[in-house]
Write a protein that binds this ligand. Structure first.
Ligand SMILES: Cc1cc2nc3c(=O)[nH]c(=O)nc-3n(C[C@H](O)[C@H](O)[C@H](O)COP(=O)(O)OP(=O)(O)OC[C@H]3O[C@@H](n4cnc5c(N)ncnc54)[C@H](O)[C@@H]3O)c2cc1C
Length: 353
């Protein structure tokens, strides 16, 4: 946050402070008992906003679920002052009506200043429901959030394919809801000594009252996962070749449980659809692992993948720019290296079975 500098009566510049202490809520998402990385980043982001507002106020991590324990206490290390945990078997899996109803009830009781979420398919469903119930403002795809001297929130979001950014002033009576692009959220370094208070709540909603019911859950093929959601991305460039030549990238993705991405030339060839393009005019990804095959590493591409945690690059040109971003680089022909890698992965998998 940029704290506005204003002049006092003597003409000295002083830091101004928001009118009320901030009570920032972070909606915590979890999968298989672990808190999502983006939620940790969001807690850190909320802490930053409170600190830059003069440290007045606090960060509440709000979690709906079942069977969670130490992972919630761990949120203190990332900047949460307290955790509000609504626990029930009916909340083990996301349900739009149920989650929005519980959060609406809690928000009315605790009156947060704003509610932050990391943008995922669940929150894309949840945030509009909640903003309708609370009759408040909603900003999606946010990249930054600040508070001005009068305590009003300003969110920054990209428009026009990332060529322009909007500075949005949130003027509403209730707590505005802001959902952040996961790619801008990275977990801060944890402060293990920070304590957190965990408040447990029982849900008020009755699952029997719901108008929709989840009948079954269908597992996605990792290869088809949205590249923004995937933990592993295998990305191919012009060096792979078009059409059938690109099968080698699909084969590697299948062997490693990854989703397939590409550079713009591959999309222009129509070898893959536009939703698979990574980069300035495509999607921004931040997977745990990205393997770049036959990609030079142009600015416009790396802008969309530089937040990836571990980067591997395979390229015949040792001077290729992509190697500047790589934790592990292989100088070689991908059509020789990748089949060997797949073979080795299969051997390792066979040894495990
Ligand atoms: C306004 C604008 C927006 C753009 N937006 C995007 C965007 O969002 N995303 C994007 O990707 N691009 C974008 N581009 C295009 C970008 O500038 C690059 O042209 C593009 O990223 C290059 O893609 P590439 O790395 O696949 O191809 P190249 O730059 O041609 O690189 C191919 C690489 O493959 C290597 N290679 C060749 N054969 C082999 C082999 N057998 N084994 C291993 N390596 C091999 C070569 O050494 C080379 O490094 C944009 C451009 C503009 C002007």
């Amino acid at each position: 946050m940029k704290i506005e500098r204003v002049e006092d009566e003597e003409g000295e510049t002083v830091n101004s402070e928001p009118v009320n202490p901030l009570n920032i809520w972070v909606l915590v998402q979890h999968r298989e008992g672990s808190v999502e990385e983006a939620s940790l980043g969001l807690v850190g982001e909320a802490r930053r906003i409170v600190s830059e507002s003069g440290g007045r106020g606090g960060v509440t991590a709000v979690c709906l679920g079942f069977g969670l324990g130490p992972e919630l206490e761990g949120l203190g290390a990332y900047g949460a002052d307290r955790v509000l945990y609504v626990e029930d078997e009916s909340l083990a899996r996301y349900h739009g009506e149920l989650f929005a109803g519980e959060l609406f009830r809690l928000a009315r009781e605790y009156e947060p200043s704003c509610i932050l979420a990391a943008q995922t398919p669940e929150t894309a469903d949840l945030c509009p429901r909640l903003s309708a119930l609370l009759e408040t403002a909603l900003v999606t795809c946010a990249m930054d959030l600040n508070v001005d001297q009068s305590g009003k929130f300003h969110a920054i979001r990209p428009v026009s394919n990332g060529y322009l950014f909007e500075d949005i002033l949130l003027e509403c009576r209730g707590a505005p809801i802001i959902s952040f692009l996961p790619a801008v959220l990275t977990a801060p370094d944890p402060h293990m000594t920070r304590q957190v208070e965990v408040l447990r709540e029982v849900p008020a909603g009755q699952p029997g009252d719901l108008r929709t019911k989840v009948l079954r859950v269908i597992e996605a093929d990792p290869e088809d996962l949205d590249i923004e959601e995937a933990d592993i991305v295998v990305s191919g460039g012009r060096g792979v070749g078009r059409d059938e030549a690109f099968d080698v990238v699909h084969d590697l993705a299948r062997a490693i449980g990854g989703s397939v991405g590409a550079t713009r030339p591959v999309i222009d060839w129509q070898t893959l659809p536009y939703e698979r393009q990574i980069g300035q005019t495509g999607k921004t990804v931040s997977p745990k692992l990205i393997i770049n095959c036959g990609i030079s590493g142009a600015n416009e591409y790396t802008a969309g993948m530089e937040k990836s945690q571990v980067v591997i690059a395979i390229n015949t040109d040792p001077r290729a720019r992509i190697f500047r971003f790589a934790d592990l680089g292989v100088v070689g022909d991908l059509h020789e290296v990748v089949p060997l890698l797949i073979e080795r992965l299969k051997e390792m998998k066979g040894a495990d079975d």
